[in-house]
Design a protein around this ligand. Structure first.
Ligand code: AMP
Length: 194
């Protein structure tokens, strides 16, 4: 298996680059944001809880989020045979430690973390544009500011966590989709062939 975490602030291009990585490496995409939005659309019990946090720009509590991820992994073992790209998970150190354990139990590990690094002005511009194009409810200026603050306080420490584990690959996420994907590919190809 080849497991990749795509990491970065809201609006850094995680979803877009995940699609390219999936096409190229045949990985299974797990976006925890998409999983939660699907629950909200179906008005499930989890969807009702998730909506409260998402609309406030806050993170879903770790314990619940980890259970949701484990359940999703277990329901997609066949599709995940070649590996998984984790998009939007982990977002806290507790989630990162849980992911290590979940994967260890399944005889595998995180092979690489792709960190998309984009300056803050560009992030806000991209998110507001996405909000206009898709109608995504948490892509408005007020919620974006909260999401960026949450990112800096709770998610950013993961960068150092994965640098210490020698898994972090910093990618300049400014530029065209193609040029950014080329840089990602250069990094991932080196690991795949080691
Ligand atoms: P995303 O689509 O990844 O930007 O996620 C949208 C929202 O879903 C986030 O702002 C959080 O409220 C929630 N969410 C997604 N993934 C996680 C996670 N791993 N932990 C906690 N909350 C999450």
């Amino acid at each position: 298996m080849f497991n990749v975490v795509i990491f970065g602030a809201p609006g850094s291009g995680k979803g877009t680059q995940s699609e390219r990585i999936i096409d190229h490496y045949g990985l299974f995409h797990i976006s925890t944001g998409d999983v939660l939005r699907d629950h909200i659309a179906r008005n499930t019990e989890l969807g009702v809880i998730a909506n409260k946090y998402i609309s406030q720009g806050q993170l879903i509590p770790d314990e619940l989020m980890i259970r949701v991820l484990e359940h999703h992994l277990d329901n997609h073992t066949k599709e995940s045979e070649k590996g998984v790209i984790f998009d939007g998970f982990p977002r806290t150190i507790a989630q990162a430690k849980a992911l290590t354990e979940l994967l260890e139990k399944r005889g595998t590990q995180v092979d690489a973390v792709v960190g998309l690094e984009v300056n803050e002005d560009e992030l806000v511009t991209r998110i507001l544009k996405r909000g206009q194009e898709t109608g995504r409810s948490d892509d408005n200026l007020e919620t974006v500011k909260k999401r960026l603050a949450v990112y800096h306080n709770q998610t950013c420490p993961l960068r150092q966590f994965y640098i210490d584990e020698k898994k972090y690959h910093a990618i300049d996420g400014n530029g065209t989709v193609d040029s950014i994907f080329e840089k990602i590919k250069n990094n991932l190809d080196k690991i795949k062939h080691d």
